[in-house]
Design a binder for this molecule. Sequence first.
Ligand SMILES: *[C@@H]1O[C@H](CO)[C@@H](O)[C@H](O)[C@H]1NC(C)=O
Ligand SMILES: *[C@@H]1O[C@H](CO)[C@@H](O)[C@H](O)[C@H]1NC(C)=O
Ligand SMILES: *[C@@H]1O[C@H](CO)[C@@H](O)[C@H](O)[C@H]1NC(C)=O
Ligand SMILES: *[C@@H]1O[C@H](CO)[C@@H](O)[C@H](O)[C@H]1NC(C)=O
Ligand SMILES: *[C@@H]1O[C@H](CO)[C@@H](O)[C@H](O)[C@H]1NC(C)=O
Ligand SMILES: *[C@@H]1O[C@H](CO)[C@@H](O)[C@H](O)[C@H]1NC(C)=O
Ligand SMILES: *[C@@H]1O[C@H](CO)[C@@H](O)[C@H](O)[C@H]1NC(C)=O
Length: 225
Amino acid sequence: MRAQSYISTLASLLLPRLFFLPILQIAIGWPVDPTRGFTNLPLVNLTDYHIQKPYDLPVGDRYSFKNGVHRLWVYSTDNPLSKGSPTKPRSEIIINGYNYSSGVWQFEGHGYVPCGTSGVCVMQVFGASPHNTTLMLRVYNGSLYYYNESLLVPNIYDRWFKLNVIHDVNASRLNVYVDGDLKLEAPGRGGTFHYFKCGVYAQDNESFYMESRWKGIKVLKKCDI
Ligand SMILES: *[C@@H]1O[C@H](CO)[C@@H](O)[C@H](O)[C@H]1NC(C)=O
Ligand SMILES: *[C@@H]1O[C@H](CO)[C@@H](O)[C@H](O)[C@H]1NC(C)=O
Ligand SMILES: *[C@@H]1O[C@H](CO)[C@@H](O)[C@H](O)[C@H]1NC(C)=O
Ligand SMILES: *[C@@H]1O[C@H](CO)[C@@H](O)[C@H](O)[C@H]1NC(C)=O
Ligand SMILES: *[C@@H]1O[C@H](CO)[C@@H](O)[C@H](O)[C@H]1NC(C)=O
Ligand SMILES: *[C@@H]1O[C@H](CO)[C@@H](O)[C@H](O)[C@H]1NC(C)=O
Ligand SMILES: *[C@@H]1O[C@H](CO)[C@@H](O)[C@H](O)[C@H]1NC(C)=O
């Protein structure tokens, strides 16, 4: 009850200013800026993120950073990230400087998946229970999927797309925006500890070669009211 009346008071105060524009934008189909109301956090290379790649290869064999673009690739015959791991091969940016267990967090990045890459996870929210992941965005046959379940965006190959993933931990809810359009609302999957990753992580029916590119990666946190 308290939360409800608080929310309705807040809504009546803010509705005219904050909520009208987004509602109008959704109504007439303008893309929204999902980062509104969030603070951008600094991302320091090797402190806040690093690369997970086949354990027997140097980073440079599966990752490059040129002109602001992170390029990550892997082959289906590669080794996992550590010796003896049952997981399939990956080359992923792990953002380990911003582990979180409450609050509202957001990943933003511009992604690119070259034609031919399939059966692969390109972005994940790690940490769930009993599963390992709260969210996986995968590419199968040229389309972007939520796990292997729902198709989010067809024809994703060979173009840059802007991805925003918002994770409201307390509400156990995730929103996924592609190019500013809300494509998915998904429930959380438990767990007490999360972080973001992007790159390529082989799943099922994977292609021999898998690659994704990322630029403008940001981690944002909702401002405290
Ligand atoms: C991060 O550091 C590694 C190792 O020094 C380097 O290879 C890579 O290019 C750096 N990445 C960025 C985004 O600066
Ligand atoms: C985040 O969690 C990972 C374990 O998965 C740990 O290695 C890392 O140090 C943690 N980062 C921070 C900033 O606590
Ligand atoms: C789940 O994550 C843990 C820790 O990163 C890892 O050891 C384990 O292999 C993962 N399991 C699967 C199925 O990915
Ligand atoms: C991808 O294509 C293969 C081969 O045509 C098919 O078996 C599979 O069901 C497709 N996957 C999805 C998720 O559409
Ligand atoms: C989707 O994944 C689940 C769990 O890994 C699996 O049981 C199911 O067969 C998969 N569905 C398809 C269409 O591949
Ligand atoms: C979110 O959950 C955490 C841990 O359960 C709690 O400490 C925090 O007060 C909650 N925040 C909100 C805004 O409900
Ligand atoms: C993987 O391939 C099998 C056999 O072609 C197919 O039945 C299954 O739906 C595929 N799974 C996905 C997620 O594409």
